[in-house]
Design a protein around this ligand. Structure first.
Ligand SMILES: [Zn+2]
Length: 257
């Protein structure tokens, strides 16, 4: 069933979509205008081109467990990961101006990270037995530290993130209406933490300082299908809806064009 479902899908693509897509590939090859580098979770429910209604040529998409982007200090000659390479390919080589990190609710990676947050097992032991846990512990550690600040303040106090430029900070109230469980709150913190990690790369700094590159956060609520955009103006995730779209577009126009 599993593989036949995929092969039959390929047949459906051949018969219905292939010709149209080849035409779009030609347009993109001759005149590429990619809009965003998009980091998101590998979760099978996350279909970013569908929920952003983007098409061939629009986005460079990088997916992994927990939509993590390693901090520059944890990524070097010794340990190369694909995420900073994708940032370089997108923003430096292809001149893409917007980087988006998109987290989501009921994220299995975040649920696991939440469960491990107080674990006293040594990281060496974890790394030996589970590459997934090793990945989460190593690159989710800073999100856990931020989340701990939130927990200490009984989920009320705002968090401060250092992103955009090394000098520019932004403030975030996490789930001020208290709609989500602890794991989902961690997922929101983790999504914002990646903005800080992306800004940690030297090759990104010039673009960020000059306002040539911007970093954004989205968050997908899998229970309702709502998509939230992190508004630096409103200091929180705001659902992108008929009620808020004008204000969010104004913010985008004012700060991110
Ligand atoms: Zn996930």
């Amino acid at each position: 069933m599993g593989m036949s479902r995929i092969l039959l899908g390929v047949m459906k693509y051949r018969q219905n979509y292939r010709a149209g897509m080849v035409k779009q590939f030609e347009v993109v090859r001759d005149d590429p205008h990619p809009k965003a580098v998009f980091f998101t979770c590998m979760d099978s429910r996350m279909l970013p081109t569908r929920f952003t209604q983007t098409n061939v040529g629009d986005m460079f998409i990088v997916r992994n467990a927990g939509n993590l982007v390693p901090h520059a200090n944890l990524s070097g000659h010794e340990e190369i990961t694909t995420e900073p390479a994708a940032l370089e390919l997108g923003c430096v080589i292809n001149g893409i101006r917007h980087v988006i990190v998109c987290g989501h609710s009921d994220c299995k990676a975040m649920n696991m990270l939440h469960l491990m947050r107080n674990s006293d097992r040594t990281s060496q032991e974890i790394i030996k037995h589970s590459p997934l846990k090793a990945w989460l512990v190593r690159h989710g550690h800073s999100s856990i530290a931020k989340y701990a600040q939130l927990e200490v303040a009984d989920f009320q106090a705002p968090l401060i993130f250092q992103a955009g430029t090394p000098m520019r900070r932004f403030v975030a109230y996490i789930d001020p209406e208290d709609k989500f469980n602890e794991e989902d709150k961690l997922s929101q913190v983790n999504t914002l933490q990646q903005l800080q990690n992306i800004a940690s790369y030297n090759f990104m700094r010039d673009g960020l300082v000059r306002g040539r590159v911007y970093i954004h956060a989205l968050w997908f609520d899998i229970y309702t299908g709502d998509i939230y955009y992190f508004s630096r103006q409103q200091k929180k995730f705001v659902d992108v809806s008929e009620n808020n779209i004008e204000r969010l577009l104004d913010e985008a126009k004012q700060y991110y064009t």
